[in-house]
Design a protein around this ligand. Sequence first.
Ligand code: SF4
Length: 330
Amino acid sequence: MNLFVKTAKGLICLACPRTCNLQEGKPYCGVRSAGEGKGVCEVYGLVSSLANDPIEKKPVFHYRPGSLVLSVGTLGCNMRCLGCQNWEIAHADLSSYEWQLRRISPKELVAAAKKYSEGVAWTYNEPTVWAEYVHDGAVEAKEAGLYTVVVTNGYYSLQTFKLWEPVIDVFRIDIKGYRDETFARFAPGTRAKVVLDNVVRALEAGKHVEVVTNVMPGINSRDISQIAKFLAELSSEIPWHITRFYPQFKLTHVPPTDVEDLVAYRETALSMGLKYVYLGNVDVAGAENTYCPSCGNLLIKRSGFTVEEMHIVGDKCPHCGKKIYGVFGG
Ligand code: SF4
């Protein structure tokens, strides 16, 4: 799948819905270009961040809990949110940051992953901007028996999804808002429907899907109940992580999310029928644990990014036999 196309207007990038004309100068994400008549992903294999993380840190709670996943990121982002937590790399300029990057081929990445981890996750910045490297690494990872994860803002094209779909197991997608006017407050030029459609698409393709919403007071907080309704109607099984916002980057004037509000959002989502709703970036007793949606017994006890107790047998509750969404065990 080629994510570039030549048209009468110029060389267009198809990786995300911005469809930048690369012959008009630097694109929105800053890391793709028109090189000698064909498209180039300038950060292919250029790694800014690499770590063996617990998969819980992504956060992914229902796929191989307790496993380590080699997590890799580069530079650039197609959304460039004003409250970005990883703005040092997501908003970085390649020319001034290049000396800090390591070149790692897909084969080398997978060889490194096999030392300590059971999977590979493309994370830290938006995987879409190096979609080809994600694909090539995922091909190698699947051949090596590793699982694969993208931690994404969901703002990618159908072409990118088709590239990833055969080789990516887990789509951890942010739903940052439900309406275009909400997205306009923190990521101008983006559309809510693209993200929502990509959640549906991944689920319909049989992928493991988990969703994160970071609640920015006064920015996306009015959309939380609409996101809950959307997810509940799509599938009550989807794990939803509602996380606390901390002021950063260009949203330092926005206060941290009120903890009582987070607890109320979780209660509302559960009352709407969602079975697995978690709170993140905050210490609320039990809000990171998995309970059986049928009998209510504790199935996974977590503390921070650590799995302290694991009671799921196969993929079922040991008390009532209810099937639990996800992949558990090796
Ligand atoms: S991935 Fe980058 S270059 Fe491609 S369309 Fe999106 S913002 Fe533009």
